[in-house]
Design a binder for this molecule. Structure first.
Ligand SMILES: NC(=O)c1ccc[n+]([C@@H]2O[C@H](COP(=O)([O-])OP(=O)(O)OC[C@H]3O[C@@H](n4cnc5c(N)ncnc54)[C@H](OP(=O)(O)O)[C@@H]3O)[C@@H](O)[C@H]2O)c1
Length: 257
C-alpha cells in the first residue's frame, strides 16, 4: 500500500495537488486533509476516493507518513509551532520563502524539503522544483507532471521567484484586452482573440526546444509589426521593469532565509 499523504492547509494548491494525484499513477495514495476550510475539505473528501478529513492539524501528522505544508507564509509560524513532527515523517513544504531550518526548529521535523508546485499539477502538466531532491518527493511530483531536482538553495529560490510570473502573464493579456476594447473591439471578441493568440504561442513554446531568442526572431518579421512592438516595449524599459519585479521577489524570498 502506498504511504499516506497528509496536508496542513486545504486551499487552492492542495486541491489542485489532491485532484492531480487522484488522477495519477499514485491514485491509491491515502490522503488526510486538515479540517480548516471545511467546504473544500468536504468537497474533496466526498468527491474523491481515499480522501478523508482529520480532526485537527496534529491528527493529520499522526495519521500520515508524509506531510505537505500548504498554509500561507504569514500564518506559518502560528500554525506550525504547536505541531510535533517525528524524525521519520517526510515533510514537503510548499510555503513560499519559509526556511527548512525554521520548520525543523518549530516542529522537530528532521526530513524536510521544499517544492513549488503550481495549479497545473491538477492536470499533471507541471514541472515542480524540489529542494533538496528527496527521492519520495520527486516520485510524488513525477506523478503529477515532472519533478525537477534542485541541489542548491540559491537555484531553488530563483525557481520560486520565476513562479511569480503567473499574475504578470495574465496582466499583459488584461492590458492588451483593455487597449483593444478602447480601440473599439467588443470585449468578448478581444478576449477570444487574445486567448487564441497566447494559447497557440504556449503550444509553440511547449513543442519546441529552440532558444527563446530564436522563437522571438522567428515570430517577428524583420521591419514588421511584432518587431516594432517589442522594440517599443524595450525603449520604454519594459524588460527592465520585468527584471525589477523578479529581483524584488527574489530579495523577498531571500530575506526569509
Ligand atoms: N496557489 C499556488 O499556486 C501556490 C503555488 C505554490 C506554493 N503555494 C504556497 O502554498 C501555500 C498555500 O497557498 P494557497 O494558494 O493554497 O493558499 P489558500 O488557498 O489561502 O489556502 C490556505 C488554506 O490554509 C487554511 N488555513 C488557515 N489557517 C489554518 C490553520 N490554522 N490550520 C490549517 N489550515 C489553515 C485556510 O483556510 P481558510 O480558508 O479557512 O482560512 C486556507 O484554505 C502558500 O504558502 C503559498 O505560498 C501556492
Amino acid at each position: 500500500m502506498t504511504a499516506s499523504l497528509g496536508f496542513i492547509g486545504t486551499g487552492t494548491i492542495t486541491a489542485a495537488l489532491v485532484r492531480g494525484l487522484k488522477a495519477s499513477s499514485l491514485a491509491d495514495t491515502p490522503v488526510v486533509l486538515s479540517p480548516r476550510n471545511a467546504d473544500l475539505a468536504s468537497a474533496l473528501s466526498t468527491g474523491l476516493p481515499g480522501v478523508r478529513v482529520a480532526r485537527d492539524n496534529q491528527a493529520v501528522i499522526d495519521e500520515a507518513e508524509r506531510v505537505i505544508l500548504a498554509v500561507r507564509p504569514q500564518i506559518a509560524e502560528a500554525v506550525l509551532r504547536p505541531l510535533v513532527i517525528g524524525p521519520d515523517t517526510l515533510v514537503i513544504s510548499l510555503i513560499a520563502g519559509l526556511r527548512i531550518e525554521a520548520i525543523s526548529a518549530w516542529t522537530g521535523a528532521r526530513r524536510v524539503c521544499r517544492a513549488v508546485p503550481l495549479p497545473f499539477v491538477e492536470h499533471r502538466r507541471d514541472v515542480v522544483p524540489v529542494f533538496p531532491p528527496e527521492p519520495e518527493a520527486l516520485a510524488l511530483f513525477d506523478a503529477v507532471g515532472r519533478a525537477l531536482p534542485v541541489a542548491d538553495l540559491a537555484a531553488f529560490e530563483v525557481y520560486s521567484a520565476s513562479s511569480a510570473l503567473m499574475g504578470t502573464y495574465f496582466g499583459i493579456l488584461e492590458t492588451a484586452e483593455a487597449w483593444a476594447v478602447t480601440e473599439g473591439l467588443p470585449h468578448a471578441d478581444a478576449r477570444t482573440y487574445l486567448a487564441s493568440l497566447f494559447g497557440n504561442l504556449g503550444d509553440v513554446l511547449r513543442d519546441s526546444t529552440a532558444p527563446l531568442h530564436d522563437l522571438r526572431v522567428a515570430h517577428s518579421t524583420r521591419g514588421g509589426l511584432n518587431e516594432q512592438v517589442f522594440a517599443r516595449f524595450c525603449d520604454a524599459r519594459g524588460h527592465a521593469a520585468l527584471e525589477n519585479g523578479l529581483r524584488s521577489v527574489l530579495d523577498r524570498i531571500r530575506a526569509g532565509r
